[in-house]
Design a protein around this ligand. Sequence first.
Ligand code: FES
Ligand SMILES: [Fe+2]
Length: 437
Amino acid sequence: MTRYAGNAAAIRALVREQEVHRDVYVSEEVFQLEMEHMFPNSWVYVGHDSQVPNAGDYFGTTIGTQPVLLVRHTDGMVKVLHNRCPHKGTRITSETCGNTGKFFRCPYHAWSFKTDGSLLAIPLKKGYENTGFEQSHAATGMAPVRHVKNYRGFVFAKINDSGLGFEEFFGESLSSFDNMIDRSPVGQLKVAGGVLRYMHNCNWKMLVENQTDTCHPMVAHESSAGTVIEVWKKAPPGTKKPMAVEIIAPFMSPYEFFENMGIRIWDNGHGHTGVHHSIHSDYSAIPGYFEKMTAAYGEERAKAILGENRHNTVYFPNIMIKGPIQLLRHFKPIAANKTLVESWTFQLVDAPDMLLERTLMYNRLINAPTSIVGHDDLEMYERAQEGLHSNGNQWVNLQRLYSPDEAGQTNVAVNGTSEWPMRHQFRAWTKFMTMGM
Ligand code: FES
Ligand SMILES: [Fe+2]
């Protein structure tokens, strides 16, 4: 039985001002509609162009659940192609990366395609003569994703013609990307270190919401971060604070710290925590870095770039970046109750190596399948996914610091423990779900 397909009113009824219905997390039908409408109507992160430095390099990923390829074409431009053979639909490459040379070759019947997707050759071509093949969809080759934007190395794509233009979709939120990239003395990032992939048995939106949930760290992470603090207290006086302690201890900051930290809300579900300070503010200086930044930008600008300590910036629908630590998390939907999380680390080109060391250490300690902090969150998501099946209450509460006039507002900074970012994410969710429905 379908309840929601083609029924924009039913979708809208799932999201109230201060609460959302559990079906947004547990219904497989709603999940399928997210894949058909919400993801294709949004600008979705595909990958970073440093992952495909040479002509023929490709990287496989997904937009929602649709397989796509990021590829460097022979003309040097980055393309995004649907990872599907126009013959029988076979996925052209497995979802990894590599170099395909001058063309892709389908593993099923060996049709081949140039790196912009256009059809290059078909074995036994004669069999298509006088069949009108030139007019077929298949003759056009692998379909390119229509709307692609490379923003300072970060590649986004939008599948549908409907939806918003790139600038309109992101607006001022791109300042978080700018700050992360400007932290390199030459204004350039590259992917470095391995990606950490980690399956979560929960809905993808739980992960997205958690990025701006500041009322949980001191509770959910007490067993991990609290233990680190206890151990550190026993260190002999005068011991140099290890990098790991610097990274983990701020998770136990009191409510007041997070309230004063501030949250900024932008349009279309984007927003960031850490307007005034964040858990990244008090890291020790890395020798030689500030000098390099000053030489590149001048002292005033270098101070402004490094003084910006945004915590988590959420780009709706499904990535989060951490500027001060050069990290991007990608929440890939698999099913209503299954999400693959990828955590990518970036190197600031021409910056001291110790910065990358810190980034990699952060990723391993917090986000790895073998981390100590990420598991606390995972346990909570999975319990929520199970608990939502209880008929005790069908609604999820998002009411904290609600104000009735907030719906149309954007680019506002509020109390850091507000659930306004989550309410804004759901306003965006409804908008992109029902667009054209
Ligand atoms: S399915 Fe790709 S060549 Fe036949
Ligand atoms: Fe957490």
